[in-house]
Structure formats: C-alpha cells, structure tokens
Design a protein around this ligand. Structure first.
Ligand code: ZN
Length: 421
C-alpha cells in the first residue's frame, strides 16, 4: 500500500473521519454565498450522522454547468493553479479549479491506485490519455511521479509510435481510456507489430464503461492484468477508486470521498448490495468541493468488510452503465454494454460496434446495429447473433455488417450509441 495506515484504517475510525470530513466540507462551502443560497440554514453542527447528510439536496451536473465558469468554486482565483474541464456534448462545460492542495490530493490518491495495481518505482508507465483539459493524462502523470516510476507522457493518438515506444522503452504499465487497448491491438495487427515484443504487465483503464468480456479480451491479447480505475472531472479526475489484486470490487478512498448509492428515480438510499446511482461527496477537495453530486453511474456497494488485500475502504461493483445511457426502444430497456457482451461472444465479429436509433417515416422507432465482421459471418454466425439478441435482450435490430476498420475510431471515448430520434 502507498499509505498503509490510511488505507487499512479500521472501519469505525474511517467512519469518524468521514463525519469530520463532511462537516469540514460543509463549513468550507458555506463561506461562499452561492452555496449558502443552495443549502439555506444548514450548519456543520447539524451533521451528526451520515443519515443527516442524506437529507441535504443533491448537486446535479446541470447546476455545475449553470455555474460556469466558477459560480460554485470555493477558492479565490489567485489560489487556483489550473483548471480541468469535463467533456460534455451539450451546454456549458463543467470546470474544476484545482488549488495546490487539490493537485497534491490528486497525486496521493493516484499513487495509491498505482500501488493497488502492483505498480512501483521500477515500472515504466506509458500514459496514453490526452494531457489537457481532460483529467486523464495529468492524473496518471502526477501519480506515477509520486511513486517514482518512469513516465512516458505521450498522450493520446499516434498509435504506431505508441507501440514503438512501448517496445523500445520497455513500458510495463499502460494507462489508458478503456477502449484504447483495442486500437493498439488493431494497429499492431495491421502493421504486423509483434505484441509479444512488449513488456507490458499491467493496464490501468477507465473513463468509459467496459464489460467483463472486453476486459478478458484485452488481458488475453496484450498479456496484461487490467485494473479498473474510476473518477471524473467533477471529483477531481481519475483516482476516486480502483480495484485491487483481489479483484473483488473497486476500493473507493473513503478518507477523501464519501459515496452513497441511491435510487435514481426517488433519490432514496439503496441498501448495500442493491444497484443504484452513485452519489459522491468530497471530503478533502478545496477548489470545487462536492456535496452529494449525482454521477449518473450505476453501481452497488459490494462490501464494507476488510478486503483480502488488507485495505479496509469500501468496495463498489464495477460501473454497470449510466442512468443516462440506458436506451429505451419500443418499451425495451437495455444498456450498450449488454450488446457489447453479446458481440464479444460471437466468433468472427470485431470489437467495434455502433447502435443507431432513428424514426421511420411512419413515426415508429428503428434500431440498427452496425458491426464489423469477417467474410462469411453472414452465413455462419449471423443467425446465432440474431437469436441471441432476441433471446437475451428481446431485440431484433437491423444488422449491417461492415468490413474491419469501417466504423469510425474517434481519438477519445468511443461512440457506441447514435440516437437520431
Ligand atoms: Zn482489495
């Protein structure tokens, strides 16, 4: 562990620390008029238990957007070292201003994540998310520097060069957006690059949903152990939590973040083990503290018991999807990851796919599935795929088979759903 005392603190001590952190964050935000208006009349002394906390109003992404650029920031501009920004497609972006203490906090939680993934000072870490307003690149960078690893800060894109450097510099750790390994595998195949010449042993992946099937594929093709890291711009970037070698859930650093899981419709708390929406409060962030921020991510609390790895911080299930990426088609609900899991089980089908929804001239919804398949798949595999889609998801989409490489490969996150309705 990076901070063994903090990471293996007994539960009662962790919970005391949580309460202190919640009161401290509340006191900090209430010094600012915009927050006083939001939380009218609440005082830090009102928070005696975490149940008291759950009576505070949720903070939504829309509120953060409306506060653009710094309406809910809790720090004077001269104390801000840098800003990061969330990648939204509509409306104002969300900005997160970082103080020196925030950058330090980020490096600490990222260092813990690296160590949980078995990474140390002797490792060579190739950082493939972009360095810029997106939090990915810098987060991996600060954590890797903190543990004393050698950093290759190449950033996004230039996949041929990525492979070359990975081989020639002996990279042992790949830090990436979850679907980027697929691009590496693809380019290696196109260019007859020998993946066996790499020394990678660990891949730390996040920022997108990735199914267990995709995880197995990446581990097999790249001969790595993967670790699932979570976090978002609003919480201060990647580093909210990561799964450990026990692979028994994602540890969330409870001395920095307080997590609740709530019913996405009613907002009421969900019992441990039940799926719901993840709500995050920050305990140590200065620039943009969060009080009950609705992440839209679906997960559940797996355990609050000590883990086989020795850490005591609570474990969440891998994120299952987002409340806002659930697709509703003619009364049937599904998540893109469910389609992905089915596709990865079909021999002859590539890993890229796109779900397209639109409206027929008559007004009814149409669902099309675009995928890349090897020659002959239409005869050998397509009937089974249709039957699986019907049987498991109750879907009968129009299926278009493309050749490998025909679907777009955007430089950042993959686009799985195009909704034109
Ligand atoms: Zn563990």
């Amino acid at each position: 562990m990076w901070e063994a005392g903090a990471e293996s603190r007994p539960r009662e001590a962790l919970e005391r620390q949580t309460l202190e952190g919640l009161r401290r964050t509340l006191g900090h935000v209430l010094a600012h008029a915009a927050w006083r208006r939001r939380l009218d009349g609440v005082e830090p002394g009102d928070i005696r238990t975490t149940a008291d906390w759950s009576r505070l109003p949720f903070l939504t992404k829309d509120e953060l957007r409306d506060a653009y650029p710094f309406g809910l920031a809790c720090v004077e501009p001269e104390r801000v070292l840098r800003v990061h920004m969330s990648s939204g497609t509509t409306g104002n972006p969300v900005l997160n201003p970082y103080t020196r203490a925030d950058v330090d906090q980020w490096a600490t939680v990222m260092a813990r994540c690296y160590v949980a993934a078995g990474v140390g000072a002797r490792d060579v870490v190739q950082i493939t998310p972009s360095f810029g307003l997106f939090t990915g690149g810098f987060g991996f960078h600060y954590g890797a520097e903190r543990i004393g690893a050698m950093v290759v800060p190449i950033g996004a894109g230039r996949t041929s060069l990525q492979l070359q450097l990975m081989r020639d510099l002996g990279a042992t750790v790949l830090a990436a957006i979850s679907t980027y390994p697929l691009r590496l595998i693809e380019v290696a195949r196109e260019e007859r690059f020998d993946l066996g010449s790499l020394r990678l042993r660990v891949a730390i992946l996040g920022s997108e949903m990735w199914s267990d099937d995709l995880r197995r594929l990446i581990e097999r093709e790249l001969s790595v152990t993967t670790f699932d890291i979570i976090g978002m711009t609003e919480t201060g970037g990647p580093g909210l939590g990561i799964d450990c070698g026990a692979r028994d859930g994602i540890h969330v650093w409870e001395d920095h973040y307080f997590c609740e899981v709530v019913d996405p419709t009613t907002g009421r708390p969900r019992a441990d083990g039940e799926e719901g929406e993840l709500v995050v409060s920050t305990l140590t962030r200065e620039g943009l503290p969060l009080i009950r921020y609705r992440t839209h991510d679906l997960t559940r609390v797996l355990s609050r018991d000590p883990c086989a790895c020795g850490r005591t911080h609570l474990r969440l299930d891998r994120l299952h999807g987002r409340t806002d990426d659930m697709v509703i088609f003619r009364g049937v609900n599904f998540y893109p990851r469910q389609i992905e899991s089915l596709l990865l089980k079909q021999p002859g089908v590539g890993h890229e796919y796109q779900i397209v929804l639109d409206r027929a001239p008559g007004g009814s919804d149409r669902l099309a599935l675009l995928l890349e398949a090897r020659d002959g798949f239409a005869e050998t595999g397509l009937p089974r795929l249709r039957s699986d889609l019907r049987q498991y998801l109750n879907l009968s989409p129009e299926i278009t088979l493309l050749k490998e490489g025909e679907l777009p490969r955007p430089p950042g996150k993959a686009v799985r759903v195009v909704d034109r309705r």
